[in-house]
Design a binder for this molecule. Structure first.
Ligand SMILES: *Cc1c(COP(=O)(O)O)cnc(C)c1O
Length: 433
């Protein structure tokens, strides 16, 4: 195996650190969790990323989810090029916004009206504000290890003891904000109903990732989602599925279609923009009608519904809606990879767990079943760092943290699947021996 030349990336990173905090515009890109310098990417095509030094990598993050059809897909590229000819922003309504709203409502079972925003973070912040405005209540429940973007009220850690309120997870988040965010362990229905009972008629919303991807891939246990649905119905609480990651990925209607539980509201992002900065929140009509200018809850955006971003999103969603075989292909790629990886890791005697659904999976280096944050944190992250580096030098680019899901794209063919499985076997041998 060649040693990899990454001199240009190293030089760019040193320069970047002088002008950009940590050298990156989003923290996990800095490779802090796995060691080494991040790669600077010059371009991407299909299943491959190409860095500034000309190295090629098979991709298993896909821009953290959006590139479900692989990079630079012609349908999306052509739609963007065509849109740009007509101008890049108008700040006035456009036909494309009507078309994408109709399409989202047709694809996602529970969404009757939808508002476009510019990121997943904006979608979840707005959804919580709306749930509060709609119910007239201040508090909401989120789950430990679920990520909903960087809005203040989500950057909250569990306090000591299940019944206490949260505490700020980042300097700059006030104690006052933290007071209204309650935390429960993922997959723990009992903890949620205890919180609800202790805060009777004070809880506006329960928000969760219906399949979690931000503590690694963690699946909801049977009846967890339905149990939350029933509890919310009984208590007049708005159930919000954060499908920024799972939306249009686990099926064309997201996790809610696959798992057959309908939330009151859904937040979307990532795939919805085809690689452009787009988010959205939507749900039941009577809730969405509380949003300004129809209702009293304020939410706005200069670039929301941007024509170029909408063209990219529309091309992506139309493609997924018209090609159900995308999901069968992703499922079979996922099954082959996970099966192959599992056979190898098992034969090496390393502690491991694999969580997998469709085109999302995580290989955890632990012998505990991973169903919540606490069990995810039992992983050997040093071992993961070695595995990451071993895969990278064999041309496979994984998410640079144990606590991320991997995302497959339809651009992975026979050749790439075999390459990944060979790299996996060699890497696991290297780190276990
Ligand atoms: C990525 C993500 C977000 C945040 O989206 P951004 O576009 O990064 O702001 C929110 N929720 C979930 C579940 C995510 O995976």
């Amino acid at each position: 195996m060649r040693t990899m030349n990454i001199q240009k990336s190293k030089d760019l990173f040193s320069e970047a650190k002088q002008y950009i905090p940590g050298g990156v515009n989003s923290p996990v890109r800095a490779f802090k969790a796995v060691g080494g310098d991040p790669l600077f990417i010059k371009r991407a095509e299909g299943a491959y990323l190409y860095d500034e030094d000309g190295n090629a990598f098979i991709e298993l993050i896909n821009s953290w989810g959006p590139m479900i059809l692989g990079h630079n897909h012609p349908a999306v590229r052509e739609a963007v090029l065509h849109a740009i000819e007509g101008g890049t922003s108008f700040g006035a309504p456009t036909a494309r916004e009507v078309e994408i709203a109709e399409l989202i409502c047709a694809m996602v079972p529970s969404v009757e009206k939808v508002r476009m925003v510019n990121s997943g973070t904006e979608a979840t912040m707005s959804a919580i504000r709306l749930a509060r405005g709609y119910t007239g209540r201040d508090k909401f429940i989120k789950f430990e290890g679920n990520y909903h973007g960087h809005g203040d009220s989500f950057l909250i850690a569990a306090g000591s003891g299940a019944m206490t309120m949260g505490t700020p997870n980042s300097p700059g988040v006030t104690k006052g904000t933290a007071m209204d965010t309650l935390l429960a362990p993922y997959n723990d229905l009992k903890a949620v109903s205890d919180l609800v009972a202790a805060n009777k008629d004070e809880i506006a919303a329960i928000i969760l990732e219906p399949v979690a991807g931000n503590m690694g891939c963690v699946l909801p246990q049977p009846n967890f989602l339905q149990g939350l649905r029933d509890l919310c119905d009984k208590e007049g609480i708005v159930l919000i599925f954060d499908e920024v990651m799972t939306g249009f990925r686990l099926s064309k209607g997201g996790a809610q279609e696959l798992l057959e539980v309908k939330p009151d509201m859904t937040t979307m992002g990532k795939i919805i923009g085809g690689g452009m900065p787009v988010g959205a929140y939507g749900g039941r009509k009577e809730i969405m009608e509380f949003v300004s200018p129809e209702g009293p809850v304020y939410q706005a955006g200069t670039l929301s519904g941007n024509p170029v971003a909408m063209a990219a999103g529309l091309a992506m969603l139309h493609y997924l809606n018209d090609h159900p075989e995308v999901y069968t292909k992703l499922a079979s790629t996922g099954n082959r990879l996970v099966q192959g990886i599992e056979e190898t890791v098992q034969s090496m005697g390393l502690p491991y767990r694999i969580n997998h659904v469709g085109s999302m999976y995580s290989l955890f280096f632990t012998d505990k079943k991973v169903g919540d944050l606490e069990s995810a944190q039992s992983c050997d992250t040093i071992l993961f760092g070695k595995y990451f580096q071993a895969m990278l030098k064999r041309g496979v680019y994984l998410a640079p943290s144990q606590f991320e899901s991997l995302f497959l794209s339809t651009a992975l063919e026979e050749k790439e699947i075999n390459h990944i499985l060979e790299a996996n076997e060699a890497s696991l041998k290297e780190i276990s021996g």
